[in-house]
Design a protein around this ligand. Structure first.
Ligand code: NAD
Length: 299
């Protein structure tokens, strides 16, 4: 299969901030992105930074035309779109708040007008509003549920409507459409001080599986990626100093933080026919964070 080089952040280099000499050096993978999405049209929400940016870039490198959704910061979104189009595909930045029904509808209308249809939705937009339970405001609760859960529902509903209307075009893909939900290890790991976030991701898990069950007969696949700790703006406090990084490593058996490209590669796979028989699955991409690392020394 034809392949292009994925511009991995730090590919082939030693990841920094690892101080424990008893473990082997961390060398980042040099990976190829297969051109497995030629002719497909993808929408990635929250794609102007972090994981969404890496996913949108990887989908473009795999041959898909990409809509880069963003809520604010037009310049950053336009920059991502311009970089994607260097791969020889079309890329378009569209502003929308995914928690607002009218804006989601307008975004899909804009995508259909420009690209004709949609083959891949990546429900990535998400945020945190952290507080101990007794201090958490209803606004903090509603904002997180509104973006992380309701936003994914609104986008999935629009995508499924178009997938079912259009059906399978076998020259493009053997399925009528793919939805990838960006969940988290916190769809299963409880998280003190983040009950709104953990509830939203737990909700994403059963929303994803229920939608998958409902639309599978129409040859629509719905899966989740569950990242562990990935180096992005959402969790800067957890990796930006050597001390914080060391504490983080106690939670990660593989002894490195994840990079956005770790998620981009999995998204390409889940969006392609290579994963055609994977449906309703939560794929954990977490360096083993869900392996109960606290039990590594006994228990
Ligand atoms: P990020 O803050 O860089 O990305 C989140 C993006 O969503 C931003 O671009 C933001 O502008 C956008 N966004 C927020 N509200 C929006 C709205 N209402 N409408 C449209 N876009 C909106 O952080 P990230 O780490 O790249 O997060 C991406 C996804 O990955 C999130 O769903 C997050 O919960 C999930 N995740 C991240 C990690 C991690 O360690 N970084 C771990 C597990 C899950």
């Amino acid at each position: 299969m034809e392949a292009s080089n994925l511009r991995n952040q730090g590919a082939g280099t030693v990841q920094t901030l690892v101080s424990n000499a008893k473990y082997p050096q961390v060398v980042m993978p040099e990976c190829q992105v297969p051109k497995s999405l030629k002719g497909q049209r993808a929408l990635v929400t929250g794609a102007s930074s972090g994981i969404g940016k890496a996913v949108a870039t990887a989908l473009g490198q795999a041959g898909a035309d990409v809509v880069v959704n963003y809520i604010g910061g037009e310049a950053a979104a336009e920059e991502v779109a311009a970089a994607i189009s260097e791969a020889g595909v079309r890329a378009l930045a569209i502003q929308a708040d995914v928690s607002q029904e009218s804006q989601v509808k307008a975004m899909f209308a804009g995508m259909l007008k420009e690209f004709g249809t949609i083959d891949i939705l990546v429900n990535n937009a998400g945020l945190q509003k952290d507080a101990p339970l007794e201090d958490m405001t209803l606004a903090q609760w509603n904002t997180v549920i509104g973006v992380n859960l309701t936003g994914q529902f609104l986008c999935a509903r629009e995508a499924v409507r178009e997938f079912k209307r259009r059906g399978v075009v076998k020259e493009i893909s053997v399925s009528a459409g793919k939805i990838i939900c960006m969940s988290s290890v916190h769809e299963t790991i409880p998280w003190t001080g983040h009950v709104n976030y953990a509830a939203s991701k737990g909700g994403v898990m059963l929303m994803m599986k229920s939608i998958a069950q409902e639309v599978a007969p129409y040859r629509i696949r719905v899966n989740s990626i569950c990242p562990g700790a990935i180096r992005t703006p959402i969790n800067t406090n957890a990796w930006s100093t050597p001390e914080a990084y060391e504490v983080l490593m106690t939670l990660i058996p593989y002894k490195r933080i994840g990079e956005p490209d770790d998620i981009g590669r999995v998204a390409v796979f889940l969006a392609s026919d290579q994963s055609d028989y994977i449906n309703g699955a939560s794929i954990f991409v977490d360096g083993g964070m869900t392996l109960y690392p606290g039990f590594a020394t006994g228990g």
